[in-house]
Write a protein that binds this ligand. Sequence first.
Ligand code: BDR
Ligand code: CA
Length: 318
Amino acid sequence: MIGCMRLIVDADPGIDDALAFYYLKAQADTEIVAIGTVHGNVPVRQATVNALRLAERLGIDAPVAMGAARPLAQPLKTAEDVHGADGLGGFAGDEPTRVHTAGESAAEQIARLARANPGELSLLAIGPLTNVALAVQIEPELPRLLDRTVVMGGALGVPGNITSHAEANFWHDPEAADLVLDAGFEDLTIVGLDVTMASHAPGEWLEALPESGYPRQILGFYADFYGSFLGKAGFVPHDPLAAAILVDPELATYVEDRFAIELTGTYTRGKLVADQRFLAEGSPFGRDIGTGRSTARYAVSADNARFLDRLRDAVTQP
Ligand code: BDR
Ligand code: CA
């Protein structure tokens, strides 16, 4: 990478969100300039306090703006069964000394920073896309003002993790996710379950982490959930993989397509869908999904060994 990547992180911390912050903090030439929080794994107030705690713990000197408390068009549902009642596996710890930004929402923060720094900031969204969708409403030019945008969400060719078909971040706010996919982002990468499930960190990886370290502590609850969900020891580092792919796009391979979110399906609401005719090279058929949408890249494979080594280095840094 040439120069320093400056980024806004939009998150719902969240145990794997916490690991994404560790990952980013450990990268040379990567600077988190602002953090936004969103409902998802926990209610947004809890996500905000957790983001402040993590920023403090990791020495990330970026403002934290509180974002959307609920999805655009459905009731709030959270995922304490995966992340614990406090969102950090029971180890959230003391109240932070810092407070979130007064008088500016996470969406307003994204829009303001993007306008002030055209082409200079990238965005990593590792929670439901409510804030990003609202930021596009505030600033329709957002997709052209940002440099790169990487989103963790979706399950294209694999089962969902919150319903049979849908991945959690997109399912938590399907309308917001669809709005983002339709907003014309010039450089959009989607990191979904097709790659994150395959990046599973086995039990031995976890056990090799220092026992008294914070990452190991918070991962206990998350690993218990994934252990019973998958029937094998370990956990799935969804959000840190998205962070890693943002920092080093060559860590993954991609298909390029037009994407939409199923908004009305009886069993499939919240599912990411691609124009499968677009995927079939030379297809004589017309485009039936996302006509008029710009394309995005969807990650289909990743170098998991390299990623897990980098993640271990990031979470074991002094
Ligand atoms: C996504 O949902 C949340 O549980 C995780 O933090 C991650 O962002 C994975 O589907
Ligand atoms: Ca998350």
